[in-house]
Design a protein around this ligand. Structure first.
Ligand code: GLA
Length: 362
């Protein structure tokens, strides 16, 4: 069913936003640090029009589900909570939002750590901006989307995902300083491409583990007398922290340094540096596994298989961890063959992984 069939008239505006995969800089964004995401080809599209019955109506094509909302109602659950959150944030910002009809369709995988929620929020805010001609820039879109996620979806996330959905594309790597929100787009290295494989293991502990890590980082920063762990650049400074704070801080400090090194590699565009880029991704995985403790055996297995495969420069878990997907940097034009081979090997161990990038289903 399309917009017209659901709502009785055609949409008046349409906007999209992509999912993202983070290449490096994991669990650094809520420490005011640096990240390097890139958009994936899968995206979420929102079509929009005015509703004339005083209620908002949201329809998800993927779920074939419609949710209707009277303003006085409390926050809905599921996909509607992200859309409702965006509308509420805009209202808090002082914008007058009339009753809306929204139609959502998405090819971004849900629950794999590729930011399907940020794609939905940013696509929703873009569609509303277009429909109502709102004077909002792309950084504000990301900030409003993050507010929606924190206050209406209940996830204490950083701003990486929403900035990536709002500013990134599939041809460039986005370098983002999450403290200043200054960003740069750098061309993706010519000799490489990315592979993303979902481990098939759901991110069960993701929200409790995530919030716990966040709290540990805040505690470490407080003990070190800095605003955020971003302010620590030398590892020695973390050595006297009690465990596990020492290990958590060590991950954040080394991960920020890895991102800054890759930034230099991307700036010089030296082909031989792809090995080093990959090596830093491998080091990131080890750090997430041993110091930050957000990996699980399935992710370690998948990453190890990727790392051992010829043509792979480096691989790591991506996103919050505790399940979800792995990303690998691989030689150009070899992505599909590498992904197919590793998936077969991985699933042979009893897992139900799937290849997400390069995409197969569209
Ligand atoms: C999730 C959050 C992001 C970021 C990553 C970990 O994707 O939404 O803000 O913290 O985890 O790097």
């Amino acid at each position: 069913m399309n917009f017209q069939q659901i709502f009785g008239n055609p949409p008046e505006a349409e906007a999209s936003a992509p999912g993202r995969v983070n290449l490096l800089g994991e669990h650094t964004d809520y420490n005011d640090g640096f990240v390097l995401p890139i958009a994936i080809p899968q995206k979420t599209t929102v079509q929009i029009g005015f509703s004339n019955d005083g209620q908002h109506h949201f329809y998800s094509q993927n779920l074939d589900d419609q949710v209707s909302i009277l303003e006085i109602n409390h926050t809905p659950s599921g996909f509607a909570s992200y859309i409702f959150g965006c509308i509420q944030v805009l209202k808090k910002e002082g914008y007058e939002i009339p009753s809306l009809n929204l139609y959502v369709k998405s090819s971004v995988p849900i629950g794999s750590g590729l930011s399907s929620s940020a794609a939905l929020e940013v696509a929703t805010l873009r569609a509303i901006r277009q429909l109502l001609n709102l004077p909002i820039n792309d950084v504000e879109i990301a900030q409003f989307a993050q507010q929606a996620e924190i206050h209406y979806a209940g996830v204490q996330c950083g701003i990486m995902d929403q900035m990536a959905a709002s500013l990134a594309d599939t041809e460039h790597i986005l370098f983002l300083d999450t403290r200043t929100l200054s960003s740069r787009v750098l061309p993706f290295p010519a000799g490489a491409e990315i592979v993303v494989i979902d481990s098939g293991v759901p991110r069960t502990l993701a929200s409790s583990g995530y919030n716990q890590r966040r709290a540990e980082c805040e505690q470490a920063a407080q003990l070190l007398g800095v605003k955020a762990l971003r302010d620590i650049t030398k590892l020695e400074a973390t050595e006297d922290l009690p465990e596990p704070l020492r290990r958590r801080a060590r991950h954040v400090v080394t991960e920020n340094n890895r991102v800054l090194e890759v930034l230099q590699i991307l700036e010089t565009r030296h082909v031989a540096s792809l090995q080093r880029f990959g090596g830093l991704m491998n080091a990131s995985h080890a750090s997430l596994r041993d110091d930050y403790e957000v990996s699980v055996p399935a992710l370690d297995t998948l990453v190890e298989m990727l790392q051992k495969t010829p043509g792979v420069f480096g691989a790591r878990l991506t996103g919050a961890g505790f399940g979800g997907a792995c990303v690998a940097l691989v030689a150009k034009s070899e992505g599909r063959a590498i992904a197919t081979k590793v998936l077969e090997q991985y699933n042979h161990n009893g897992y139900t992984g799937r290849v997400l990038v390069p995409p197969t289903d569209f």
